[in-house]
Design a protein around this ligand. Sequence first.
Ligand SMILES: Cc1ncc(COP(=O)(O)O)c(C=O)c1O
Length: 401
Amino acid sequence: MLARREDLEALDRSDELRDFRARFDLPPDLVYLDGNSLGPPSRATRERIARAVEDEWGRGLIRSWESAGWISLPQRTGDKIARLIGAGPGEVIAADSTSVNLFKALSIALQANRGRRIVLSERGNFPTDLYIAQGLIAHLGAGHELVLVEGGGLERALQDRGHEVAAAFLTHIDYVSGQVHDMARITAAARAAGATMIWDLAHSAGAVPLTLNACGVDLAVGCGYKYLNGGPGAPAFLYVARELQRGAQPLSGWMGHADPFAFAERYEPAPGIARFLCGTPSVIAMSALDAALDLLLEASMEAIRGKSVALGNAFIELVDRHCAGSGLRLVSPRDGSLRGSQVSYSHPESRAVMGKLIDHGVIGDVRAPDILRFGFAPLYTRYVDVWDAVVRLRDATSRPT
Ligand SMILES: Cc1ncc(COP(=O)(O)O)c(C=O)c1O
């Protein structure tokens, strides 16, 4: 039982990840529980950005495309992400935004399953994913239809009408509730139906161990700025299983050409993952992401997951005890194995409550209509942060007597 702040201090002392926090420059008196939206910079990231600007850009200038390896950064950074998500080298490229990469992934899937009409997802999936599917379908004008089933209904829909489905897509960890979907089962259901499954790993990469190859995943996309700590607007990533890498993508820019510097008139896609690039990579931003990944890869995903579940469980236990009658209602799974690295509550005055928390040095965020989200990023979130956040949450939700 976590009865006193000292109990959480003891957990911090025995935490195998405790030394990572000092490698981030977090404001000392802030409890930051929003790494599920934007991770903080590490000291190594700051140094890497300085080096990229001063040495590589400032002194190397255009020579750095070769001498500093800028040209292969999307592949090298992608390979680091591959290690975090259970993919092989050459299966992940760091590029563009999650939205743009989903456009590419959906295009590849629709091309692989010509003759099938349905693009399937769930209501409540992250809006950009739905918008991109709507946009692509309208653009193709080929009679595809976006079918949205109720949350939790994708597997069933794949069983019932999978033979009509060209592509199914889902966010692996729900951005509102933090619910984890069963990647192996849902992917298997899509495969059994002959449909292509696309996972959005925005809330999963760097937060939970992933085994894309072992689950037989075809395509996936994800964000660089959340648990990967790549910085605001960091490059995102696209995973394409080897068997699908012969497919074409519609954003056939020169960086995806087999020989960009031949300046040929005719597009010829590069072999392998490079064909999923479009234009020139954003080198400074990619350097920040690359440095952040080096830090993340020093820790094991199992240790990260173990601590993430423990932090979430501690938060829920303390809210149960200290915030009874406050109007908070848990919307995340209580079972840590079904929950990603965030805990969400609904509250009728969610915005006002979060405003008070932020005023008192606890940063989480809100989502419509009434959700408070608290993210736990084990590399820098301490157990005492959980205690301090709950104490302030109790004060922010207690009614004046
Ligand atoms: C599930 C999910 N997908 C995609 C995105 C964002 O995509 P983009 O980086 O293209 O803005 C987010 C952002 O929060 C997200 O939560």
